[in-house]
Design a protein around this ligand. Sequence first.
Ligand SMILES: [Cu+2]
Length: 259
Amino acid sequence: MNYRLPWIAALVLFGAMLVASPALASQQAPADCAFILGFKTLQGLIDEAEGPATVGECLENQRFDAYGNAEQRTAGGLMVWRKADNWTAFSDGYRTWVNRGEDGLQVQINGATAMLAGPDGASLGMVTLTQGPHGVLIAAGLRGLSPGGHGFHIHEFGSCSPSFAAAGGHFNPEGTGHGFLHEGGVHAGDTPNIYAAADGTARADIFTAAVTLALDADHSLFDADGSAIIVHEKPDSYGADPGAGGRVACGVIQRNAIG
Ligand SMILES: [Cu+2]
């Protein structure tokens, strides 16, 4: 019986090689890939430091964004968009690089815009959101408000119709309580009150590290159901109950076009 042992050992060893062999694994991968990228991280694309060894990076989990573009993520955490005409863009969440063909890659800071309107559809101005390395800068330029303080929040759904109730409650991915001054707070969508002058105009710059414009990230304003800016009738109390009254302006937060 002893003469069989070397054969068994050899079979076991060969089986282990089949499982562990990277060459065999890489031969199988392309069949599962919808798209193969030549680099793993953005830096690898820019300075080619990663070299040809990274060619063959498989992009998996393809899905389509709100604009119908294919959207995938590399193992290096890079977001990649593709269109049928071979237009491509790459984002690390803070910045987006757009491939402009002969003009090469151009970089832009990620941003979004909400056009605010009253319940009657009248335009009440614009809110811009700019992604920075430490959070999002929100700039409001509004008009048509009653003079004085108004609650100003990010709400959980990207909809303002058929009524502003469609925007849902505050953007609150952590499921916490409300209010800057409340022990159980705060909502990620809580932002400070804005104040309208006697002529109804209001301007405000607000910074928040509680949200991000990065796609496919925790606290992203571009989660599956989007998000909206709501201006309230009265100022927020900053307590557990905002007490800010009705909704006087609403705007869906929309990602600025890329490319
Ligand atoms: Cu609100």
